[in-house]
Design a protein around this ligand. Structure first.
Ligand code: GAP
Length: 430
């Protein structure tokens, strides 16, 4: 992990949040390559969950909701973790993260307070008066924005059950203990789908979405041996859940642990919002001529946590040409930079051809141009950034109007006509 965190910083994937002020715990900023990687992850999720389907639509709701939303959802009462405090040094931590020997990780004493419920929602105030009447919370999940818009979406579209509403957006949790890089942070983006089904069909759809989501990760290159599906035991279910499956990843810092949750939420949320808002949120099934509150299946994953899994899975150190090469073997669809265009040397004629090709490819993909240092070093730089293709313009190009394309993983090189480079990339990237 140390190597990976250092690579992430050096190459501009991830920086500590507010680093120049000593950092703000539990926050990470995405650098130029991290921004691209996250965008590609979100685009692939959106394509698979929304764009390619006829039964799912998108939503972009606010981060601030009416405080009643969190009362209805149960977050004010239940979204808590057990907090203990060392009576000696006042260090606070989550009870379940206490070391096995029961000693305070800060001062070594063994004298803790009894656990108390600590609410993880960030609290603020709306408007100029800071009193209880203006309390608002930063959303800890995007899901509630979907539930409170259920009827708006239904009335403005012609969707029929089963159908889904998907949303990508920021979530905030005042985690007691953060750590393991992007794994547990206080501000993160989430990709959530609420899929509404007829009561009685929820098991079928729960299984369906477990398979879909597992295949999404596998299809984007996560190794089979590093990901698995588990069912959460009853005592670990969230307050809204009738049953939750989780995709677990084999994290190098903790072993198997949650990557994505796929919950069966029943009609908990719609029922609660109906109760507190007084608005009828039931669905009328035209075919069956019956009215009911739909049940919900919810696949939900953090962009940063998914990104961490993709980076860990892609990281490799190969012995190559007498040295160790560090390479990120991202799936081409996720790779931040799709290709690097390199003139073999800084010769005016080669530079002109390389730059023309670079500008042409830039219309469709994020590509870079690199003319500094030796070609070997430029290949290594591209490998480390996870760039799948290096395109070299050499002196033969002047004669055969072709370039050499080097594959990041096999390091094999092939000659491709300049006029066919775009088609070549399209075939490889999709
Ligand atoms: N709406 C359902 C929900 O919020 P969750 O299991 O609490 O469920 C969903 O969160 C996903 O969000 C997790 O599987 C994980 O990928 C991500 N996640 C949750 N808390 C996180 C944190 N503190 N830092 C980074 N990612 C987090």
């Amino acid at each position: 992990m140390e190597k990976l965190v250092s690579l992430a910083k050096r190459r501009g994937f991830v920086f500590q949040g507010s680093e120049i002020y000593g950092g703000l715990n539990g926050t990470w900023d995405l650098g130029p390559l991290g921004t691209l990687l996250a965008k590609n992850i979100k685009d692939e999720w959106w394509k698979s969950v929304v764009q390619k389907r006829e039964d799912v639509v998108g939503l972009d709701s606010t981060i601030l909701h009416h405080p009643k939303v969190w009362e209805a959802s149960g977050h004010i009462k239940n979204f808590t973790d057990p907090l203990v405090e060392c009576k000696n040094c006042h260090h606070r931590l989550r009870e379940d993260t206490l070391p096995k020997d029961g000693k305070c990780p800060n001062c070594g004493k063994k004298d803790f307070t009894k656990p108390r419920d600590f609410n993880l929602m960030f609290k603020s105030h709306i408007g100029p008066v800071e009193d209880e009447t203006g309390v608002v919370y930063l959303r800890p999940e995007t899901a509630q924005g979907i539930f409170i818009n259920f009827d708006n979406v239904l009335q403005s579209s012609r969707l029929k059950i089963p159908f889904g509403i998907a949303q990508i957006g920021k979530g905030f949790r005042n985690e007691i203990t953060t750590g393991n890089f992007l794994f547990r942070v206080r501000e993160f983006e989430m990709m959530e789908l609420e899929y509404f089904v007829k009561p009685g069909t929820e098991k079928k759809w729960h299984t369906y979405w477990q398979k879909e989501r597992l295949n999404w990760f596998l299809g984007l290159g996560i190794k089979k041996e590093n990901i698995k599906l588990i069912q959460l035991p009853q005592e670990e279910l969230a307050h809204y859940s009738k049953g939750t499956s989780e995709l677990h990843y084999n994290w190098p810092f903790m072993g198997w642990g949650e990557l994505e949750g796929i919950a069966s939420r029943g009609d908990y949320d719609l029922k609660q919002h109906m109760k507190l808002s007084g608005k009828d949120l039931s669905y009328f099934d035209e075919e069956e001529k019956e009215k009911y509150l739909p049940y919900v299946i919810e696949p939900s994953v953090g962009v940063g946590r998914a990104m961490l899994a993709f980076i860990i899975d892609a990281y490799a150190e190969d012995a190559a040409e007498g040295e160790v090469r560090t390479v990120l073997r991202f799936h081409p669809k996720l790779a931040p930079i799709k290709a690097s265009v390199l003139p073999l040397v800084k010769d005016e004629k080669l530079v002109k051809i390389a730059q023309d090709l670079y500008h042409q490819l830039k219309e469709d993909w994020f590509v870079t141009y690199d003319e500094t240092s030796s070609i070997g070093r430029r290949y290594r730089r591209a490998d480390e950034a996870g760039t799948p293709f290096a395109i070299t313009v050499d002196f033969d190009t002047l004669k055969d109007k072709a370039v050499t394309i080097r594959d990041r993983d096999s390091m094999k090189q092939g000659r491709v006509k300049i006029s066919e480079v775009a088609t070549y990339l399209k075939e490889k990237i999709g």
